[in-house]
Design a protein around this ligand. Structure first.
Ligand code: ADP
Ligand code: TRP
Length: 348
């Protein structure tokens, strides 16, 4: 076949978000916005990482609630299940099986270097084996679906590098190119500042502005952002100012320049800037988007239906990868899994 008539294989994007709390602006501008835009560009696999959340959230009702909310948020924000898959991580339990295979070729030293493990321990999270193993499960998520690119926030880049290492160790050990080495993709806002000064994160409730919070709660949170005591007329540096940095994520270039200049010149007070931020949040996440989100609460079965339909498709891709893994390591593939393979179509 002449080269120019061949169709280029689509890039496969994969990412996950933990349902360990309400999704927030950091999740949206660091990852979710990108996820939704990428559904126009490639083959997308997105999932709610409920197995991962168990390392920090051990309450069944809460886990169920936040898993639903994460999926409903994605759909309200524009994820189109005709274009991208959205599923629950646990609906494809093969991921834990692949994590086991990967763990057998991964040195302790690699995991001991994980920043996120050390940070979580420093914040008081119990140091379970699961927490330590977290990057292996994440590598399995990525490799199970033969992903090319992984759109995430800055904090996840080290995990993706570890995943590349694990893919390489596996291929080298078993002398077979079963896995490709995926790349991380950062958004334009890979590290969104939180209300308490550090990174916005679900693990610090005071740091977050939820995407779909109650308007009065959001207003209270924004008006409560701690600032220095400079008066309205004094010049201020916008680039060290949480209110401006959050506003900038949503404002037009003109609005952004206007606020930055007003801060620099003097004349823009923190109270006024906070009010503008509240209005901007309502403009972006209120209106139609909020209406769509409310519909999900009224009809949770719609969300469940998307999760199940997408999981069936994702599971076929997963089963195919595991077949290659069994072959590479010398484990016979099971008849039950073959039946899954034969029962459905994957996406491509
Ligand atoms: P959290 O850190 O709040 O628990 P997750 O770990 O579930 O959130 O992250 C889901 C996605 O959102 C990941 O791609 C992560 O990198 C991204 N993310 C989380 N917090 C931020 C932030 N403050 N800025 C940019 N991206 C973020
Ligand atoms: N660890 C990611 C986070 O906390 C969530 C996640 C789990 C993920 N598995 C993944 C992200 C695979 C990208 C790819 O944000």
């Amino acid at each position: 076949m002449p080269e120019n008539t061949q169709t280029k294989p689509k890039v496969r994007y994969l990412s996950g978000v933990q349902p360990s709390g309400r999704l927030h602006l950091g999740n949206y501008f660091g990852a979710i916005q990108n996820h939704i835009q990428l559904q126009e560009k490639g083959e997308c696999y997105y999932f709610v990482a409920n197995y991962h959340s168990l390392t920090t959230l051990q309450d069944a009702a809460e886990l169920r609630k936040y898993t639903f909310m994460a999926a409903a948020d994605y759909l309200a924000l524009g994820l189109d299940p005709q274009k991208a898959l959205l599923f629950r991580q646990s609906d494809i339990p093969e991921v834990t099986e692949l994590a086991w295979f990967l763990s057998t070729v991964t040195g302790m030293g690699l995991l001991e270097r994980a920043h996120s493990y050390k940070d979580k321990i420093a914040k008081g999270v119990a140091s379970s084996v699961g927490l330590f193993f977290y990057p292996v499960l994440m590598a399995a998520d990525i490799l199970l679906y033969q992903s090319d690119k992984v759109p995430v926030g800055q904090d996840q880049i080290q995990h993706i590098e570890m995943c590349r290492d694990m893919a390489g160790y596996f291929n080298h050990t078993f002398k077979k190119e079963v896995f490709k080495q995926p790349e991380g993709v950062l958004s334009e806002a890979p590290k969104v500042i939180g209300l308490t000064g550090g990174k916005m994160s679900k693990s610090d409730e005071a740091s977050v502005i939820p995407i779909f919070g109650d308007p009065s709660e959001i207003k209270k949170k924004v008006m409560g952002i701690v600032t220095d005591s400079k008066g309205v007329a004094e010049p201020k540096d916008p680039e060290t100012n949480t209110i401006y940095l959050l506003y900038k994520l949503m404002a037009s270039p003109g609005e952004t320049v206007e606020m930055a200049e007003a801060f620099r010149k003097g004349g823009m007070g923190y109270g006024d800037a906070k009010k503008r931020l509240v209005l901007k949040l309502e403009e972006v996440f209120g209106g139609e988007v909020l209406e769509r989100r409310k519909k999900m609460d009224e009809k949770p079965a719609l969300v469940e239906d998307v999760l199940e339909t997408c999981a069936r498709k994702a599971r076929v891709t997963a089963a195919k990868t595991l077949e290659q893994v069994y072959e590479a390591v010398g484990i016979p593939s099971s008849k039950v899994k073959k039946a899954i393979l034969e029962s459905g179509q994957d996406r491509g």
